[in-house]
Design a protein around this ligand. Structure first.
Ligand code: CJB
Length: 834
């Protein structure tokens, strides 16, 4: 195995491993090594950023070591691997997480102290890896953490965007302004460039179908672009397993055209390279919305083609028949974004590997499975046929062939049912015709799942009823989302984590979240309640400090903290929340100072980004800021109510906000939020939920008890008839809502006219998300929160019980369910001597 002298290698490897010892002195030596050599700095010249970089590089050395061992072991053991295809990985910061997972946070803490640095300050200079928009990308990050922790061989595949999610600034009028996210500016210690593993990806060109449509076809000519992989190691918690996220970056095949340069055409000399690099220049900043831009389709193909190329190359080395491909590879499609992988694998199998069409199709279906993350029609991906034909001519032929087979089959089962054929076709008729990516994902997979019980039901009932009939019920299922307790409790809430570990006598809950159940015993225990409440207060203070530092706003540090943080979207109804805040403000204004004092003081916290082109969502942000300006400036009210819109919501900001919350709002119109995952994080951190009967809220209440969740609003089956009532103008608007609308129109919160388009969404048949229908019930729920909070012992008991019963929302549970029910893969522990 070793070139040259095996003894020399072995001794060098052993020595090198020794340099990774975890006592404080060794750790400091490793850090100083990077200060002196990698950063080329002297001790007097080390600031917090340099210290972060050096410490992170020393952690990276450990990660790479474990990564090497893991990958070598998996390869030699010929294990099956899962490939999680996700266009987004919202990883956040890596340093603290890696320290905790590697079990070296304590010695690093001490080491840094000795070198004159404070751990929290060093952690704070790290930039988030923001390669995602919201829930979908963060879910992928949690799942990768779980696969490593559970010793399940897994690789994530994604794109390495030069610009991740934009940075949000709020201007003086309260508007969102987007500025680029320079996450790579200071170099990223968490990625390993693999420049020698680049892959060529083709676009455009000419295609001919194979004989009879099913024989091997050809695809020639066209434009080649290079895909360069960057690997991000993902450490498991206290295990050597370190899985990988491979992120592709686009490069021109020729970085510089010397002939054109010599001819004096300087622009043309670099143009091709620049055009290629555009493919991975920026993450599309839309969530739950499909814009149908050509560059996005290019991104999608570039990504899945490079990833499949990689997977197939690895598979060929096994030297087994292609029919065994699904025994070694499971590919999870995270939403429809990677659906082109289905025709691409068909192309590889049929055109390049000479596999018969029907056998290739069998391999494809056994390999892929598809997770749906939304039922919102504006988010369902469709690509225009002319666009697909122009960019990927061979793939369009393959899609047509798949469609023909399916439609013939459907026709056999349901003769002369043209309407059914039209509904199920992979091609939607119209001008232009469109390829329906979800239909393709459904037929090209062996399993389709939604992400919460209600959502999975709606996926079957509303989105794919014909496919349920055609493919059978077993083709569809549910895997309720989950979150990793490593980041979302152990890391973000160290004081509560410590209290839990001390109380349970073990930290086993970190890898077996059901163990939290043991806390219920202490829910009524006064001494324990006191400690529990003290953790919340400390987290509250931390958030108040942050608010003061970023907004210059001093708030009542004993106020109930009411949080809504997530992408800004009409269906998530931040609008209803801020209307409720205004209502509270108007009530407070009418009260005597004594009555005001009796009411539980509130701090309403908002954060979230709006897609740059989403006008109404941006107006919601503006309204939140306008309302906060008026309320926070009102001296009479200040102690009772304040409002903070925190700019630039991110994973690391969530880590500060979530542990501090008393109430968090998950108030989407019933049937619109597929699952939600922040609801799980809040409940896990001893916050109660105020929500609608939507997404995972329902299952959370089942787990923690209805008495520990504040529900309100209409249920999913009510929605169509309420929408109809709006359409026919048969709606009674509650006086409370009209009073709030009048207040906005009066100019109480600045230029009234600015908000007219937003207010317009409530009236004249436009209230698609039923804010007016749920508003009264929302206010009542808020009143119940106020009343419940007064009885502190009972409130704290609720929060303890709620944390204690959140075990089933661990991403570990979700990943194990995928492994057993969908991927057919077993955990495999890396032996000590590997
Ligand atoms: N989701 O974040 C996104 N982006 C999309 O384009 C579609 C859905 C969200 O995915 C989360 C993870 O499954 C869900 O919890 C959330 O409800 C959904 O909106």
């Amino acid at each position: 195995i070793f070139p040259g002298d095996a003894k020399a290698w072995k001794s060098a490897i052993a020595k090198n491993a020794e340099s990774l010892k975890t006592d404080v002195d060794s750790i400091n030596a490793q850090i100083v090594h990077h200060v002196e050599t990698t950063l080329a700095r002297a001790a007097f010249n080390v600031d917090e950023m340099a210290m972060y970089q050096a410490a992170a590089l020393s952690v990276r050395d450990r990660l790479i070591h474990n990564w090497d061992v893991t990958q070598t072991f998996h390869t030699q053991a010929r294990t099956k691997r899962v490939y999680y295809f996700s266009l987004e990985y919202l990883l956040g910061r890596g340093y603290d997480n890696a320290l905790l997972n590697l079990g070296v946070r304590q010695p690093y803490n001490e080491g840094l102290k000795g070198l004159g640095f404070n751990m929290e300050d060093v952690i704070d200079v790290e930039r988030d890896m923001g390669l995602g928009n919201g829930g979908l990308g963060r879910l992928a990050a949690c799942y990768l953490d779980s696969t490593s922790t559970l010793d399940i061989p897994c690789w994530g595949y994604t794109l390495r965007y030069s610009q991740g999610i934009f940075k949000q600034i709020i201007d003086s009028s309260g508007n969102q302004v987007e500025v680029p996210d320079p996450w790579l500016e200071n170099q990223n210690p968490w990625e390993i460039p693999r420049l020698d593993n680049a892959v060529e990806i083709k676009f455009h060109g000419e295609a001919t179908p194979g004989e009879g449509g099913k024989g091997p076809g050809t695809w020639t000519g066209g434009l080649d672009v290079l895909a360069v992989p960057y690997d991000i190691p993902v450490p498991g918690y206290k295990t050597q397993t370190t899985n990988n996220i491979r992120a592709w970056s686009a490069r021109g095949k020729v970085s510089f055209d010397l002939a054109k340069f010599n001819a004096g055409d300087y622009d043309a000399a670099v143009r091709e390279a620049e055009e290629a690099e555009t493919i991975t220049r920026v993450l599309y900043p839309n969530e739950n919305f499909d814009k149908g831009k050509a560059l996005r389709l290019k991104q999608q193909y570039f990504w899945v083609a490079a990833s499949l190329h990689d997977i197939c190359r690895r598979f060929r080395k096994l030297r087994v028949p292609w029919s065994e491909f699904p025994d070694y590879n499971a590919i999870q499609l995270n939403d429809t974004h990677p659906t082109l992988a289905i025709p691409e694998l068909m192309r590889i199998l049929v055109d390049e590997e000479g596999q018969p069409w029907d056998e290739a199709w069998e391999i494809v279906r056994r390999t892929f499975s598809y997770t749906n993350h939304t039922v919102l029609s504006e988010a369902l991906e469709k690509w225009s046929v002319p666009l697909v034909e122009w960019l990927l001519p061979r793939h369009l032929q393959i899609i047509y062939e798949i469609n023909l087979d399916m439609l013939k089959d459907v026709e056999k089962k349901w003769p002369n049912d043209r309407a059914r054929l039209a509904r199920m076709s992979l091609i939607e008729e119209g001008y232009p015709k469109m390829v329906r990516m979800a239909n393709l994902a459904v037929v090209g997979s062996h399993r389709v799942n939604g992400v919460a019980a209600l959502h999975s039901h709606l996926v079957q009932q509303d989105l794919f009823p014909d496919f349920v009939e055609y493919l059978g019920r077993d083709h569809f299922g549910n895997v309720t989302n989950g979150v990793t307790a490593r980041r979302w409790l152990l890391q973000c809430n160290p004081s509560l984590a410590k209290l839990i570990t001390d109380t349970l006598g073990s930290d086993e809950w970190v890898v077996n979240l059901d163990k939290l159940e043991g806390l219920t015993k202490y829910a009524k225990d006064k001494a324990f309640q006191k400690k529990w409440a003290a953790c919340k207060q400390a987290n509250r203070e931390r958030l108040c400090d942050y608010i003061e530092a970023t907004l210059g706003l001093t708030v009542n540090r004993h106020a109930l903290i009411d949080v809504q943080v997530k992408r800004i979207h009409e269906y998530k109804r931040q609008f209803m929340n801020i209307l409720g805040v205004i209502f509270r403000y108007l009530q407070l204004k009418k009260m005597s100072p004594a009555d005001r004092k009796r009411l539980v003081p509130r701090l309403s916290v908002f954060a979230g980004k709006a897609a740059p082109g989403y006008y109404i969502a941006k107006l919601i942000i503006r309204l939140c800021n306008a309302v906060s300006k008026t309320i926070n400036a009102d001296k009479d009210i200040r102690e009772s109510l304040s409002v903070a819109f925190l700019p630039d919501y991110s994973v690391s900001l969530a880590e500060i906000i979530i542990p501090a919350s008393d109430i968090s709002e998950h108030i989407s119109t019933a049937g619109t939020e597929a699952s939600g995952t922040s609801n799980m994080k809040f409940a896990l951190n001893g916050g109660l939920l105020l929500g609608t009967l939507d997404g995972a809220n329902i299952e959370i209440a089942e787990a923690v008890g209805d008495e520990n969740v504040f529900f309100f609003g209409h249920v999913t089956p009510d929605v169509p008839k309420l929408r109809r009532a709006h359409h026919f103008g048969e709606v009674q608007y509650p006086a409370e809502l009209l009073e709030v609308v009048d207040a906005i129109r009066s100019g109480m919160f600045g230029e009234a006219g600015v908000f007219e388009p937003l207010l317009g969404t409530l009236f004249e048949g436009k209230d698609h998300y039923l804010v007016s229908d749920d508003f009264l019930s929302y206010l009542q729920a808020q009143k119940m929160v106020d009343e419940a909070y007064v009885d502190q012992p009972s409130w704290v008991e609720k929060t303890i019980n709620s944390t204690a019963r959140m075990g089933r929302f661990a991403s570990d549970r979700a990943v194990l369910q995928y492994a057993e029910e969908i991927w057919n893969i077993e955990p495999i522990k890396i032996p000590q001597d590997a």
